[in-house]
Design a protein around this ligand. Structure first.
Ligand code: CDP
Length: 202
């Protein structure tokens, strides 16, 4: 049986960590949909045309550590504005969401566009300062050469672009439960998310 958990929110809000933990707790599969846009962005940086890059995207291309850089994140949010790019990625996401055994998808438009009927929807937020600081530490931990100023600028610029685009803008679904992680530890945020999903299951 399928059961879809939709987790949306702005850049570096903790969606990835929370989604992985929720998926592990319930034994669901997890798809980080940001990676689809990052992979398309990386192909565009390498010279590809955005719509063709999305239409020919192979899941193998998602397994690449270089997709995590702020440069690729920016390219991702630029291609994510293009409706045909988004369209090309819909079928893959919906098929993943409908898989037997349950699925967690995290992104920007999962609860609003990709899976509007998902029984569990979360919108994860945190203050821009918290998000930038967390992402900065995460990138440093991966050995990347970034400055806090660069990370703050990336997060703010992408949020503004993601919120203001005409197609599938970043916004909570009407029936999403809001989870502000600014003052929560990782464990507290995960526990709160598991609780929200558990409530939606029963
Ligand atoms: O990890 P982080 O929250 O920083 O970003 P991400 O989830 O990897 O997404 C990178 C970019 O892809 C975002 O800034 C969005 O522009 C775009 N994206 C989107 O438009 N729709 C999604 N479902 C997921 C990501």
């Amino acid at each position: 049986m399928s059961f879809t958990v939709a987790i949306d929110g702005p850049a570096a809000a903790g969606k990835g960590t929370i989604s992985k933990a929720v998926a592990a707790h319930f034994g669901f599969a997890h798809l980080d949909t940001g990676l689809l846009y990052r992979a398309v962005g990386a192909k565009v940086i390498a010279g590809a045309e955005p719509i063709a890059a999305a239409e020919t995207l192979d899941p193998v291309e998602l397994e690449n550590d270089r997709l995590r850089t702020p440069e690729v994140a920016q390219a991702a949010s630029e291609v994510a504005v293009i409706p045909q790019v988004r369209d090309a990625l819909i079928a893959f996401q919906r098929t993943f969401a409908a898989r037997d055994g349950g699925a967690v998808l995290d992104g920007r438009d999962i609860g609003t566009v990709i899976c509007p009927d998902a029984p569990a929807k979360l919108f994860v937020t945190a203050s821009a300062e918290c998000r930038a600081e967390r992402r900065f530490q995460e990138l440093l931990g991966k050995g990347m050469d970034v400055s806090l100023e660069q990370v703050i600028a990336d997060v703010k610029e992408r949020d503004a672009r993601d919120r203001s685009r005409a197609t599938a803008p970043l916004l909570p679904a009407e029936d999403a439960v809001l989870l502000d992680t600014s003052d929560l530890t990782i464990d507290e945020a995960i526990a709160a998310a598991i609780n929200i999903v558990q409530n939606a299951r029963s």
